[in-house]
Design a protein around this ligand. Structure first.
Ligand code: PMV
Length: 328
């Protein structure tokens, strides 16, 4: 079941402002983790990402009477948001071609900020969902992905679109910049009911824009086509592995892309220690996820005995840093 269905988003509440054309609504959007292809996707490679439905940002939107120019108020987690975030609301009205009305937005989030888990994509998607729902519109996932990426430009200049795609679809997607996301088939892994991953938090935060600058020289020098081709092969391995239940293929794809990201310079010493810890715990593969520099490591667990590996991983890196994630 989709996160938005579980949380009964777009639930209509009485309209205290007595406005005719917009209603109070609530909406929710999930987090995400990139399995393979971050950074390379900026240069045209195929990437694969999965939703994190145990992490979410939820907002309640209340329309306010609009006199001359619209006024936006927003609080997330009980704190007033920056003008930057208020700009997302303004942008949402613009891309949706909805006449701006005054509103109050109150939200909360369990998605860590600056950790590569989709906090900015989730904010963009949830604001779009709420504003559209308030005027009775439901956006298709491809629209949410496209408009969400427009809004994400406020956060990282020229995003590939991968983050908002997976948050909008709430499914594992493969993605090539400039094309519509493609939801991919996920079968049970051989010998087990589910895929198990662990997100390991380095507890250091980084900015996507600055990490894109760090990686850029590697991606734009030498045999660029060969590098992109290696990422594409890794993505195809992950896609086939998930579809066929072949954990070995997913492992190979993650390992290759992790090694390439190391060459691109986005794996800090701290992230490398977590990757080494995951390998010591017997995880099948571990790589940085998202922009790197800080943020998180994504580890693939052996689906036939995930609990042992999770316990070992928690022992090695510290239990508070580890969050288990399953698919489907
Ligand atoms: O913001 P993050 O950490 O989820 O990274 C986004 C993924 C990148 O490939 C590094 C950038 C992009 O626009 O796809």
């Amino acid at each position: 079941m989709r996160l938005s269905e579980q949380n009964a988003s777009f639930e209509f509440r009485p309209n205290p402002a007595g406005l005719q054309n917009c209603q109070p609504v609530s909406a929710v959007a999930c987090g995400k983790t990139i399995i393979v292809g971050e950074h390379a996707v900026v240069y045209g490679a195929k990437a694969v990402a999965m939703p994190l439905t145990n992490l979410a940002m939820g907002v309640s939107l209340t329309p306010l009477p609009t006199r001359q120019s619209p006024v936006f108020k927003a609080m997330i987690g009980g704190r007033n948001v920056s003008d930057h975030v208020l700009g997302v609301i303004e942008d949402a009205f613009r891309v949706l071609k909805i006449r701006p009305f005054s509103l109050e937005l109150e939200g909360s989030s369990t998605i860590l900020v600056g950790a590569g888990l989709g906090s900015s994509a989730s904010l963009c998607v949830v604001v779009l969902k709420a504003i559209a729902a308030s005027v009775g519109r439901t956006l298709a996932p491809y629209e949410l992905a496209k408009y969400g990426n427009e809004l994400e430009k406020r956060f990282h200049g020229n995003p590939s679109g991968l983050d908002t795609a997976v948050v909008a679809y709430e499914e594992v997607v493969s993605f090539i910049k400039g094309e519509n996301p493609v939801p991919i088939k996920v079968s049970q892994p051989t010998g087990a009911a589910k895929w198990w991953f662990a997100i390991i938090d380095s507890c250091t935060r980084s900015s996507t824009i600055s990490m894109i600058k760090v990686a850029e020289p590697w991606f734009t020098n030498g045999d660029i086509a060969a590098k992109i081709q290696k990422f594409n092969i890794a993505s195809e391995q992950v896609i086939s592995g998930l579809a066929d239940g072949d954990a070995n293929l997913v492992k190979l794809g993650m390992q290759t892309s992790g090694d390439l990201l190391k060459q691109a310079g986005v794996v800090s010493q701290q992230l490398q220690e977590l990757i080494d810890g995951a390998s010591q715990a017997g995880c099948l593969a571990a790589k940085t996820t998202g922009a790197g520099g800080g943020g998180c490591v994504l580890a693939l667990l052996d689906p036939t005995h995930p609990q042992e590996q999770l316990a070992a991983l928690k022992d090695i890196v510290g239990a508070s840093k580890v969050t288990a994630v399953t698919l489907p």
